[in-house]
Design a protein. Structure first.
Length: 294
């Protein structure tokens, strides 16, 4: 099915279908949490998008959560979009608990990546424990309580040993990550489904590569600055470098890893999404595409 293109102003029409009381509750939730987005952007964009998403999700099966997969490039702002949608979706009384999980926890630990010779391809499809991820999603789909997701640290740049995010029985689970819509090779003998086949709804966050690289550089440089007094941080190794040298590292990493992964593996997965969100300067949503009528 071809995607339908929509300008940003279509969201104002969707906003009109949201009850006033719910909008007030959503604003209250926004004010009580971390400031991820301005009030106007939340009300004009994210809350209507949440309304659109939940209409397509439908009702949850008894005892099991609805599952949303959200993908996009490194530094495109996936985590922030997911957190804002988490706040917005929780405004509806039928699913007040919305849980967010980061798929980076399903990366193989660094020691295993080293053993497999995959450290230079970290974030590429082959660096993930796909069977572990599919098993996690299937257990959620079957309504099993107390399912645990591994946790990844962006400070140590590794999966945290003996730590996990325990998920009980929420109404919705959002799984976000660069490759969650990937269709990796899985052993056919195990009859394993693709992760993208298990989700009830899928989202891809898109921006032009040049813009994403700018955001990546800004984040990388900020993490180095924050690591100067933290020897545990992966980024502390770059602290002695000059600004020019740090930017050279960014260029190298983007060219050989993140940019390549985006073009070869991440970007193609937008074709399986139900919703594509387009972002412009300042991470502002400029337009969107849907697989189904709005």
């Amino acid at each position: 099915m071809a995607f339908q293109q929509h300008k940003r102003d279509v969201l104002s029409k969707l906003q009109q279908d949201i009850p006033k009381a719910l909008m007030l509750d959503a604003l209250s939730r926004l004010a009580s949490g971390p400031e991820l987005v301005g009030k106007d952007e939340f009300m004009d964009t994210y809350l209507p998008l949440a309304h659109l998403i939940r209409r397509r999700l439908g009702a949850a099966p008894a005892g099991a959560p609805l599952l949303i997969g959200l993908a996009g490039s490194v530094a495109v702002g996936k985590s922030t979009v997911a957190k804002i949608l988490q706040q917005a979706l929780a405004s509806w009384p039928e699913h007040p608990e919305v849980v967010l999980v980061n798929s980076d926890g399903f990366l193989f630990p660094n020691a295993e990546l080293e053993r497999r010779g995959l450290m230079e391809r970290k974030g590429f499809p082959e660096s993930y424990d796909w069977r572990g991820l599919v098993n996690f999603l299937m257990r959620l789909k079957q309504g099993e309580p107390g399912v645990t997701a591994p946790i990844y640290s962006h400070v140590t740049y590794d999966v945290l040993p003996d730590q996990g995010q325990v998920i009980q029985k929420p109404g919705i689970v959002i799984l976000e990550g660069v490759n969650v819509l990937q269709r990796p090779f899985l052993d056919a003998a195990n009859n394993l489904p693709f992760p993208s086949d298990i989700f009830n709804y899928t989202i891809y966050v898109h921006a032009e590569e040049a813009l994403i690289k700018q955001w990546y550089e800004a984040r990388f440089l900020a993490l180095i600055e924050a690591s100067e007094n933290d020897t545990q941080s992966f980024y502390s190794r770059f602290a002695p470098l000059t600004l020019e040298q740090r930017r050279a590292v960014v260029d190298f990493v983007w060219t050989t890893i993140n940019g390549k992964n985006l073009i070869d593996h991440i970007l193609p997965t937008q074709t399986v999404a139900d919703l594509i969100i387009h972002k412009g300067e300042g991470h502002v949503i400029t337009r969107f595409e849907t697989r189904h009528p709005v």
